[in-house]
Design a protein around this ligand. Sequence first.
Ligand SMILES: [Zn+2]
Ligand SMILES: [Zn+2]
Ligand SMILES: [Zn+2]
Length: 318
Amino acid sequence: MSLPARFIFLGTGTSGGVPLIACRCATCTSADPRDTRSRTAAAIEWIDPRGTPRCVLIDAGPDLHAQALRHDLWRCDAILFTHNHVDHIFGLDEVRRFNAVMQAPIDLYAEGYVLDSLRRVYKHIFDKDANVNDSFVATLIAHEVPPPPDRGAAQAIELFGMRFMPIRLYHGRLPVLGWRIEKGPELRDQTPASDPFPLAYCTDVSSIPPETWPLLEGLHTLVLDALRIRKHPTHFALDQSIDAALRIGAGQTWFVHMSHEITHAAIDPELPEGLSLAHDGLTLGSLGESGERSLAEAKARMSAAMQRLDPGAIRAQA
Ligand SMILES: [Zn+2]
Ligand SMILES: [Zn+2]
Ligand SMILES: [Zn+2]
């Protein structure tokens, strides 16, 4: 039994995006599409063991609407959050469209302080009854992820054949989560080296604590923060990212959360072998022919079901 899966870099830019508003630097005026970076976020799409297409998002940043359209995302089974910064949570409102399409709530997984921020920012969602008008808001189920232990591995979240293990990273003094993502243990031995999983997603990081290094072993893919060339108090600068990536030794490392100090064509060829700059839209792995067929069929069924919906219900969701 295989589990066709792919990892999509929805966005690879830092909090202000690239181009930066009102900047005329070489990166911000570059004609290279790899120098246009929306806010860092990712999607994992796979076909579950029962043949149903699934999609999990990592973070829900302010560019989620455009990112979902670009990749024709049509469902969202869960959102895993890394931390509560604006560039990682300010697109959560957009997921109400997935609620409408799926006719189902969406599970959120985040640490307690992140859920506190979400409840404050999205009071209109979490305290819907207090809204002046009865408006169409997202339906979300919040799950608190306990802080990962100081030793050993945290309990992984199992979702439809994929496992998502929270790992501790530090973003300056802020404890944040990385996610180690792999196919269920029964599939691990059958996973070819060309498959992107196991994959660790480590954005917004300036230090990796001792307990986390063992959890970054045996990776086919590492996704790692590389903000810029100059040092920064809360993000790895490029030389620190390279050091960490070489120590971790994943089959392939892709850098994300890059600012306009990083011009793709100038930096990427200079990186050590196996290390690369990611870019928006880059996709690792594939669903295969039959997986693509299942996805297309499921989208067609969903679309037909939407047409049949009572027009009044559709108006209420406008
Ligand atoms: Zn960020
Ligand atoms: Zn610039
Ligand atoms: Zn951050």
